[in-house]
Write a new protein. Sequence first.
Lengths: 107, 117
Amino acid sequence: EIVLTQSPATLSLSPGERATLSCRASQSVSRYLAWYQQKPGQSPRLLFFDASNRATGIPARFSVSGSGTDFTLTISSLEPEDFAVYYCQHRSNWPLTFGGGTKVEIK
Amino acid sequence: EVQLLESGGGLVQPGGSLRLSCAASGFTFSTYAMSWVRQAPGKGLEWVSGITNTGGTTYYADSVKGRFTISRDNSKNTLYLQMNSLRAEDTAVYFCANFWLVTGPLWGQGTLVTVSS
């Protein structure tokens, strides 16, 4: 089983600041990694899939990088609506797994 | 429209059973593997089970192995999750998902399963 480790667990930032979220895989997932945003009471919202493909409607302030075992999601300048929990997930092989999540909270 | 619609959630007593369904539309269901994912209250996302496009191979998380059974009916474009010997810790919103579409992962809206006496 591929373990996805997200760090940090919590990121306390102010609006306008830059957020950098990490997802590290215990073995290579190639490019088969997705990122989701989730707000309380809502279903996960897809941000990126297959490492770098931006989902429909995702603003340009969100960007991703990485392949293999190390991936990064960056929010260049936090907007109030970006404070949420972010998850990474791979589909490289079975079983699929999710990271534990990074909560981006208002400082 | 490409869509997944879950049904079958509800309140069940510990030790009881429940069957979830997921109706797919807008894509060739029989072409794709499918999965179930759950999220317990206040917790993260957990992949529960997966099935290949033909239904010939199934996969389970250790937490549900031996209690849950995933299946599909490609003639009805429907995915199922039979849940037996339910426990309080199975309480969660259950999502069905297709992670292999070229346009990216597709999720249903989820159905709530509550295990409580």
